[in-house]
Design a protein around this ligand. Structure first.
Ligand SMILES: [Zn+2]
Ligand SMILES: [Zn+2]
Length: 346
C-alpha cells in the first residue's frame, strides 16, 4: 500500500486519518495527535514542511510526534502514508451498501452535535469545518445542559460565552455555511428543561433529551416527556427511548412510556422526533419509528456527533427513514436554513 501514489497534502492526510478513526468511534485521545499535527503544520508554507520532512526536523514542531511526522513525510514524498492506508482499510468502508444515500443527498444540515465544551472530543471550529466538507449548509451546536455534570454541561455563563464563539466562527465563514446556536437540554424529572428561559430564547434550535432516571415508571415518564415536548422552546425530541444496542458502553433497555401519547404531543406541537443515527443508539426502534410516521410527526435525522468524523453518521439514519417510507419533506433538516429557523422559533 505504501507504494501507492498520494497526491493530497499532508494536512489532508492527517485530517482524513482523524476523520476515519472518529467515524469508527476510536477514543478521542488516539485521534488528537493527528488533528494536533494537522493544526501544527497548517500555517506553514508547503516548502517549509517538505524541507523539514527531508531534514527530519518535523518533530521539533510543537504538536508533531514521531508517528505523525512519518505520516507527513510519506505524504510529502507522494506515497500513501501507512497510517492512512491502515485507517482506510479498517474504517473507510461505506457505512451502508448505498441504502439511504438518496435521502442523505437531500439533508442540508444536522441538528445535534457536541464540541469539547461538553463531552465532545474536538473544538467547535473543527466540527463546523467538517460539517461544511460533508456538504451541509448548517450545523447546530448542541452541547449539554448544566445538570449533566459528567458531560461537563454548560452553565448559563459558559453557554453565553459559547454563543460569542459561535458568532466569531460564523464571522470567519462568510455566508455559505452557518453554525447555529443550540443546546441538548436535559429533561428534568418533572418535565422541566435544564436551562433558563432567557438562555433558551437566545438559541436557534433546542434538542430536549432524557439522560437521567431512564427507567422511571412508564406513567411518570410519559408525563415527563409530554411536558417537555409541550414546552414552547422544544424543537427536537432527542433519542427518545435512551436505548443502547451495541458498543463499549454496553447495552441498555429502552425507557418505558406511552409512545402514542408522546408522539401525538410531538405532532401537535410541531416537535420533530429525532432519528438518532449513532450506531449504538438506532433510536427510535423501528416499531416506534413507524408509529411516529403514522401519527404524522416531523423528524430530524441527526448525527449526535461527539467528534468530526461522526458527522458522517446521518447516512445510517437515512437508511432507516427510507426503509420506513418517511417522506423527505417531513424531515426538518432537508429544509433550507430560513425555513428551519422559522419552524424552530418559539
Ligand atoms: Zn443525549
Ligand atoms: Zn447528544
Amino acid at each position: 500500500m505504501a507504494d501507492e501514489v498520494y497526491d493530497g497534502s499532508p494536512v489532508a492526510a492527517l485530517r482524513r486519518i482523524a476523520f476515519l478513526l472518529e467515524r469508527g468511534r476510536a477514543d478521542s485521545y488516539k485521534v488528537k495527535a493527528y488533528r494536533g499535527a494537522a493544526n501544527a503544520i497548517l500555517p506553514l508554507p508547503a516548502d517549509e514542511v517538505a524541507a523539514r520532512a527531508r531534514a527530519g526536523t518535523l518533530t521539533e514542531l510543537a504538536g508533531v510526534g514521531a508517528s505523525t511526522a512519518r505520516v507527513i513525510s510519506q505524504a510529502v514524498a507522494g506515497k500513501v502514508p501507512d497510517k492512512l492506508a491502515e485507517a482506510e482499510a479498517e474504517y473507510g468502508a461505506p457505512l451502508t451498501d448505498g441504502a439511504g444515500s438518496a435521502l442523505r443527498a437531500r439533508l442540508r444540515g444536522d441538528l445535534h452535535s457536541h464540541s469539547d465544551w461538553s463531552d465532545g472530543g474536538s473544538p467547535i471550529e473543527e466540527m463546523a469545518m467538517t460539517a461544511m466538507e460533508l456538504g451541509h449548509d448548517y450545523l447546530v451546536l448542541t452541547d449539554h445542559s448544566p445538570r449533566l455534570k459528567v458531560a461537563r454541561g454548560l452553565s448559563v455563563e459558559r453557554l453565553a460565552r459559547q454563543l460569542d464563539v459561535v458568532d466569531a466562527v460564523n464571522a470567519h465563514l462568510d455566508g455559505g455555511f452557518r453554525l447555529l446556536k443550540g443546546i441538548e437540554v436535559d429533561i428534568l424529572d418533572d418535565g422541566g428543561l435544564d436551562q433558563t428561559e432567557q438562555m433558551l430564547a437566545r438559541l436557534d434550535v433546542r434538542v430536549v433529551s432524557v439522560h437521567s432516571k431512564l427507567q422511571m415508571d412508564a406513567e411518570q415518564m410519559t408525563k415527563r416527556m409530554v411536558a417537555a415536548v409541550r414546552n414552547p422552546y422544544a424543537n427536537v425530541l432527542g433519542h427518545c427511548t435512551g436505548r443502547l444496542v451495541t458498543g463499549n458502553r454496553g447495552t441498555r433497555a429502552q425507557s418505558r412510556f406511552d409512545a402514542r401519547t408522546v408522539f401525538e404531543a410531538c405532532a401537535e406541537e410541531g416537535v420533530a422526533v429525532e432519528i438518532n443515527s449513532r450506531p449504538e443508539r438506532r433510536d427510535p426502534p423501528t416499531k416506534l419509528l413507524e408509529l411516529a410516521r403514522d401519527i404524522g410527526c416531523l423528524f430530524s435525522i441527526d448525527s449526535d456527533a461527539h467528534a468530526p468524523g461522526q458527522l458522517d453518521y446521518p447516512l445510517l439514519g437515512c437508511e432507516r427513514a427510507e426503509a420506513a417510507g418517511i417522506d423527505a419533506d417531513r424531515i426538518v433538516n432537508t429544509w433550507p436554513v430560513e425555513r428551519l429557523l422559522e419552524w424552530a422559533a418559539p
